[in-house]
Design a protein around this ligand. Structure first.
Ligand code: G3P
Ligand code: MG
Length: 252
């Protein structure tokens, strides 16, 4: 197996549920709990600016409605992405990918960039996000890990920045997932935690591919995966799982 430069524990959407997901405030909260690696969801504005948002639409996490990717960044950058969570985060803006990258790089943290395209923008989002990531991290020893559920996004990312590592995200193990990951030259596969077992890890590790899971919030489940030799755990539970303590097998 090739050297794996990423921390085992990865804070989901910045800080899980403790702060408004995918905002800079969330990253700061995750960092304050000892996290050094973060996952976030990145898509494109109508004018091609990469920014952080999980859903296609704005309504769950902002006061606005409709498809976020149909709006220009000048408009999205003024949208409140914090008030829905709690009063203390009111006014927290939607984060640009550039701002998050600056925070991560300046602090020496690691980033798992989930390419989360608006429907129909799979290839374009992969191309632009990979290109921007390559530009922002160009002088650094450890690149960000690009991941996606969308094969077209990963293929476009490979075309734009073949040097950046890629991971295939899987919500199930249906179909020819292993061959797909191999065809996309992925260095890792990230599955929903419920389908990860010893056989899957053995198959991946046998091919030199790392095995990661999302979203693990239960201590017994984390212990099961650690015992199997999992390479990365994406969690919301940043206040319960301490990356420093968990290295020594102490959970929650
Ligand atoms: O990247 C892992 C995880 O974030 C995938 O699921 O829906 O939380 O983006 P989701
Ligand atoms: Mg995600």
């Amino acid at each position: 197996m090739k050297h794996w430069p990423y921390p085992l524990w990865i804070a989901h959407r910045g800080a899980g549920k403790l702060a408004p997901e995918n905002t800079l405030a969330a990253f700061r909260v995750g960092a304050s709990h000892g996290y050094r690696a973060f996952e976030c969801d990145v898509k494109l504005s109508a004018d091609g600016v990469p920014f952080l948002l999980h859903d296609d639409k704005l309504q769950r996490t902002t006061p606005e409605r409709g498809v976020a990717g149909k709006r220009a960044w000048s408009e999205l950058s003024r949208v409140d992405a914090g008030a829905w969570h709690s009063r203390g985060f009111a006014g927290e803006p939607i984060a640009s990918f550039d701002a998050i990258a600056t925070f991560v790089i300046r602090n020496g943290f690691h980033l798992n960039i989930e390419i989360k395209p608006t429907l129909g923008q799979e290839a374009e989002t992969g191309r632009v996000v990979a290109g921007e990531a390559a530009r922002l991290w160009q002088c650094l020893a450890v690149p960000p890990l690009l991941s996606s559920f969308e094969p077209a996004s990963l293929a476009a990312a490979r075309e734009a920045a073949p040097q950046l590592p890629r991971a295939l995200l899987l919500a199930s193990l249906d179909g020819d997932w292993f061959d797909l990951a191999a065809a996309l030259e992925c260095v890792a596969v990230v599955t929903v935690h419920t389908v990860m077992d010893a056989a899957v890890i053995a198959r991946l590790h046998g091919a030199g591919v790392r095995a990661l899971c999302y979203t693990v919030n239960d201590a017994d489940e984390a212990a099961r995966l650690l015992q199997l030799g999992i390479d990365g755990i994406i969690t919301d539970a940043v206040d319960r799982f301490s990356p420093a303590a968990a290295r020594d097998g102490v959970l929650a």
